[in-house]
Design a protein. Structure first.
Length: 440
């Protein structure tokens, strides 16, 4: 058992001062605001709960910056996807592990303490285990989401040659999940890729076969073309079809959900599912802007993901999410709550809670019984040192400073100390070698 003292900590009820945090067996055993520092290890800055990255395609980290040259007269998600296929075709298991390890270290150093790996490059089969190995090596907690991927498009169109590495069926996915042991560091769920890549029968078969503790993630309504094709093939928009034909509840994470009608917004919110928002990827791909104001107004739950990993920083994801809402509304300070009138505090608390739900983990809050995931900011930084309470979270997200995270703990174990990860140099060398091989 170990006790820490923080000058300030972000609790579910908001910021508190002089907080003692007792950790036992990787979980928080006690939280005591207004406590004394005596007998406790003093943390070197304000403390926030660890953030979950609820949507990751790890191999795409190596593509960051490589697709920013116009590839078609009308360059959009679909032309980007062709470049991604070309990149993926050459990917080996060794390269996949090297990329994932580098990515997971970068995530940890910015305050992510867990990741949901939406895994669809199934062949060879060892690709999945390579992500487990990368997570173990780096210390990040991982929820593996083997993807059901059967078709190239609506109407059960056969997979294209470049998609053959994605091929899977419901039985294969269920067998993979059954073999994954559950622990504080490792969890598993299922990921029907999208309505265009699965058929109604296989989707329903998969969903019916998983138990109540298994999370279900699916891409939906990311692109307007997908919405149009869904309407033609299924006579319903993607989110509309899911809500009417599947038992969508708190186990589900609907990734992107960018293009919804008002009835879909309120329906998804009422279901208890999590909307998985990936602002930097959605911005990079030109997807569109999620209806956050209406969704939160209907008490919708949400979290953030890195997706293609053009960013590995939760503060950047949350900042861009808020700025997109401001651009649409032409107003400022959109995302506030009854807990706090501060945007930074509200965004971090809600995203951490939604991410924890999406990963099926007892994390995302500094509270008794939750996993001991601590993100300690640099208390000596000039943007942090003179500030208190809500101003700390606002500085983290909106001061424009580079990474303000100093130390990171996952399940009671420090994985980042004084801004450094023990494996960062070796991982960077392997990553550079892998990228060189892929783009050669």
């Amino acid at each position: 058992m170990k006790t820490y003292y923080a000058r300030e900590a972000l609790l579910p009820s908001g910021w508190a001062r002089d907080v003692r945090i007792t950790i036992d067996g990787g979980a928080i055993a006690a939280i005591e605001p207004g406590g004394a520092a005596k007998g406790a290890e003093r943390l070197r800055g304000p403390v926030l709960p660890g953030m979950a990255n609820l949507h990751s395609h790890a191999f795409q980290r190596a593509m960051a910056g490589l697709t920013e040259v116009r590839a078609a007269a009308h360059d959009d998600f679909w032309s980007w996807r062709e470049l991604m296929y070309q990149f993926m075709e050459r990917l080996t298991p060794d390269q996949a592990q090297a990329i994932a390890a580098q990515l997971y270290i970068e995530m940890l150093c910015h305050g992510y303490t867990a990741v949901a790996e939406f895994h669809y490059v199934h062949h060879p089969a060892e690709m999945l285990e390579r992500h487990v190995a990368a997570a173990r090596e780096t210390g990040i907690a991982i929820t593996l989401l083997p993807s059901l991927y059967r078709w190239s498009g609506f109407g059960a169109k056969p997979l294209e040659p470049r998609q053959r590495r994605f091929a899977s069926d419901a039985r294969t996915v269920l067998d993979i999940v059954a073999r994954i042991p559950r622990s504080a560091e490792l969890n598993a769920g299922v990921a029907p890729h999208s309505l265009r890549a699965v058929d109604p029968q296989s989707l329903k078969e998969l969903v019916a076969a998983v138990d109540a503790r298994t999370v279900i993630h699916i891409h939906a309504a990311e692109q307007t073309r997908e919405v149009e094709e869904s309407t033609l093939a299924l006579h319903k928009r993607p989110v509309e079809w899911l809500l009417e034909n599947c038992p969508v509840d708190g186990r589900w994470c609907v990734v992107h959900a960018t293009h919804m009608q008002p009835s879909e917004v309120t329906g998804l919110a009422a279901s208890g599912a999590v909307a998985g928002l990936c602002p930097t990827t959605e911005g990079n791909l030109g997807d569109g802007i999620f209806a956050l104001v209406a969704y939160r107004g209907a008490s919708g739950r949400w979290g953030i993901g890195g997706d293609s990993h053009v960013s590995r920083d939760p503060a950047e994801e949350l900042r861009l999410l808020e700025y997109m809402q401001r651009v649409v509304a032409r107003r400022r300070n959109i995302t506030v709550s009854s807990v706090s009138p501060a945007v930074g505090t509200t965004l971090w608390l809600e995203a951490a809670a939604g991410g924890a739900q999406a990963l099926g983990r007892e994390m995302g809050a500094l509270a008794t019984g939750k996993r001991a995931d601590l993100v300690v900011l640099d208390g000596g930084h000039p943007d942090i040192a003179p500030r208190a309470g809500d101003a700390i979270a606002n500085a983290l997200l909106f001061s424009g400073s580079a990474n303000l995270v100093r130390d990171v703990m996952v399940a009671g174990r420090w994985v980042v100390r004084e801004r450094h990860h023990a494996q960062e140099e070796a991982a960077a060398e392997r990553y550079a070698r892998a990228v060189t091989e892929l783009i050669r």
